[in-house]
Design a protein around this ligand. Structure first.
Ligand code: AMP
Length: 483
C-alpha cells in the first residue's frame, strides 16, 4: 500500500445555521485553491450524518439536488488534493465512522508524520483500514475510547499520539469541534455568521475554516484563530475551549504566505497579499538590478513583483499572460511533456518584452520546470536580458506537514546551488529571497493592519514559523517510509 498525504486541503464547518450545507458548499468553493481532487460535505440531521463526497471540483461534486438532501443545522466539508495514493474515492473526506460515541465525521488539513507507525500498531491490535489516508488512523485511535465520556477526555487522551500537522474539523452526533495541533502548522479560523429567523429574530452560526476568504464569501465575521493546541467545541449549550500540552515554539507554515493561501485571506494574523508584496520589496532591497521592466509570473508572482517594482522604481507590466481555463492538466511523467504543460498555461506579450531588460518575479522554484520554460518564452519574445528573482529561498527539502512538494531528488535546489541553477536556466542573473527577509516580510504588519487586528494583538507578536522546506530543519521527527 502506498502512503498518502493530506496535502493542499481545506476544511470548513458550520454550526447552527438553517442553510448549513449551502454555506459549507460556498465555504469550500472559496477554498478550492487548497485542493482540487475531491470534495465532501457531511451534515448533521437528528443526530444522524448525511454524507455526499465525490471526485472532482466543488462545482462538479455538488448540485442543488444533492445540497437539498444534506439537511440539518450543522455541516462540515473538505476539499482534497493528494500527490500519491491508491483509490482516490476512498480517500475523499470528511471521513465518516460510527464509534462508541456515535457517528463521527472528520475533515483534516495537514499530515500526520508518524502515520505509518500508528497504522501498524493499530492493525496489530485488530483495526481494519478502509482508505490509505493518514486521517483514518485518527478515527481508529478515537474508536479505542470504548468508555467515551466526553470529547475533552477522549481527545486529550488520544491526540498526543499524533506527530505532525493537523487542523481538524470534527462533527459528532450533537457537537462540532475545531482542533489545531500544538505547533500550529496549518491555519484554522473561527467566525460567526448572523442570520434572521422567519420571525425576524436575530441568530448567529459558528463557522470554522482553513482561510478567512471562506468567511468573506458567506458574510461571516472573523472572530479569531483557533489557537495552536486548542480544542474548540460547540453544542446546544454554547462553545468552550480546552488545550493540549503547549509547545514552547510555534511552527506555522511560512509557505502558506509564500504560495499556498489565497491573497485576500488573513493567515496567522496577517493579510497574505501584504506579506507577498513585502517579500517583493525585500527582494528589491536585497537584489537590485538595472532593468527596464518588472514582470510577474502570474498569478503567484504578482504581489511580489508589485513590491519589487515599488522599491526599485522599475516599471511593472504584465509581460506574461496566464490561461485561466486549462483546469487540471495531467501530470505526465516525462519532463518533455511537462514543459508543454507550462506553455499551455503561460504565454508572453511580445510587444512588451522585445529588446527589454526584464526582471521576472515568481514566488518559488520547485522542480525548475516553470522557470526554465518561462526563460525560453522570454528569449523567444526577444528579451535583451533576463533577471530571475524568487520571493522565497531555494526549496531544498520536501514538506512533511501538508504542502505538496515533490521528493528531494526532484527539487532543483537540492541538486544545484544558485550559480548552477542560474547556468541551467541560462539567465543573466538569479537570486532568491533570504530566509531572514522572508520571515521579516511575513511578520511585519503595517500600522493599518495592526489596527485592524487590534483584538488579536498577541498573534502579531507570536514568533515561530516552519521553514523546513528551505532549511532542512524539521521541527518533528520525520518518517519517510510508506506502508
Ligand atoms: P516548478 O515548475 O516545479 O519549479 O514549480 C514552480 C511553480 O509552481 C511556481 O510558479 C510556483 O508558483 C508553483 N508552486 C509552488 N509550490 C507549489 C505547490 N505546492 N503546488 C503547486 N504549484 C506550486
Amino acid at each position: 500500500m502506498m502512503k498518502t498525504w493530506n496535502d493542499k486541503c481545506a476544511v470548513f464547518g458550520i454550526w447552527n445555521d438553517p442553510e448549513a450545507a449551502w454555506m459549507a458548499y460556498l465555504g469550500l468553493y472559496a477554498q478550492q485553491h487548497r485542493g482540487q481532487e475531491g470534495a465532501g460535505i457531511v451534515s448533521l440531521h437528528k443526530e444522524k450524518h448525511l454524507i455526499h463526497r465525490g471526485v472532482g471540483l466543488v462545482g462538479e461534486v455538488f448540485n442543488e439536488k444533492v445540497l437539498k438532501k444534506l439537511k440539518g443545522l450543522a455541516a462540515i466539508g473538505h476539499t482534497r488534493y493528494s500527490t500519491q495514493g491508491g483509490d482516490k474515492k476512498k480517500n475523499i473526506q470528511p471521513l465518516t465512522a460510527r464509534l462508541f460515541s456515535g457517528p463521527v465525521a472528520l475533515a483534516h488539513n495537514g499530515n500526520i508524520v508518524n502515520f505509518t507507525q500508528l497504522k501498524k500498531e493499530l492493525m496489530d491490535q485488530g483495526s481494519v483500514f478502509y482508505s490509505s489516508s493518514d486521517t483514518e488512523c485518527v478515527v481508529h485511535l478515537l474508536a479505542r475510547d470504548t468508555h467515551f465520556i466526553n470529547w475533552k477526555t477522549s481527545l486529550k487522551k488520544y491526540l498526543p499520539r499524533l506527530i505532525g500537522a493537523y487542523s481538524f474539523v470534527l462533527l459528532a452526533k450533537d457537537s462540532m469541534l475545531a482542533i489545531r495541533d500544538p505547533m500550529g502548522f496549518r491555519p484554522l479560523v473561527l467566525g460567526q455568521r448572523r442570520w434572521l429567523s422567519e420571525k425576524g429574530e436575530e441568530n448567529f452560526s459558528w463557522v470554522v475554516a482553513s482561510e478567512t476568504c471562506a468567511f468573506d464569501l458567506i458574510g461571516a465575521k472573523f472572530i479569531r484563530e483557533i489557537e495552536p493546541g486548542e480544542i474548540w467545541e460547540v453544542d446546544k449549550d454554547g462553545d468552550r475551549s480546552y488545550f493540549l500540552k503547549k509547545e514552547k515554539k510555534l511552527h506555522r507554515c511560512v509557505f502558506e504566505h509564500v504560495y499556498f493561501a489565497r491573497p485576500d485571506s488573513f493567515v496567522f494574523g496577517k493579510n497574505v497579499y501584504q506579506s507577498r508584496k513585502e517579500m517583493g520589496r525585500e527582494l528589491a532591497k536585497q537584489s537590485p538590478v538595472q532593468a527596464d521592466l518588472v514582470i510577474p509570473v502570474p498569478d503567484s508572482g504578482v504581489p511580489s513583483a508589485l513590491g519589487y517594482s515599488e522599491v526599485s522604481g522599475i516599471r511593472y507590466d504584465m509581460g506574461i499572460v496566464r490561461n485561466h481555463y486549462i483546469g487540471r492538466t495531467f501530470i505526465h511523467p516525462s519532463q518533455n511533456i511537462r514543459d508543454f504543460k507550462v506553455k499551455i498555461k503561460l504565454s508572453t506579450q511580445k510587444s512588451l518584452i522585445k529588446g527589454k531588460r526584464v526582471v521576472v518575479v515568481d514566488d518559488s522554484i520547485v522542480r525548475g520546470t516553470t522557470s526554465k520554460s518561462i526563460v525560453g518564452l522570454l528569449n523567444k519574445a526577444g528579451a535583451k536580458e533576463i533577471h530571475f528573482r524568487v520571493s522565497s529561498p531555494p526549496i531544498t527539502g520536501p514538506c512533511f506537514y501538508g504542502v505538496d512538494t515533490p521528493e528531494k531528488k526532484e527539487l532543483i535546489a537540492a541538486r544545484m546551488n544558485v550559480k548552477e541553477i542560474k547556468n541551467y536556466l541560462q539567465v543573466d542573473s538569479l537570486d532568491f529571497l533570504s530566509k531572514e527577509a522572508l520571515i521579516k516580510a511575513v511578520q511585519n504588519s503595517s500600522s493599518r493592519l495592526k489596527k485592524e487586528m487590534h483584538h488579536k494583538k498577541h498573534l502579531l507578536k507570536e514568533r515561530g514559523f516552519c521553514s523546513a522546506c528551505f532549511t532542512g530543519c524539521y521541527p518533528t521527527a520525520v518518517y519517510t517510509d510508506g506502508m
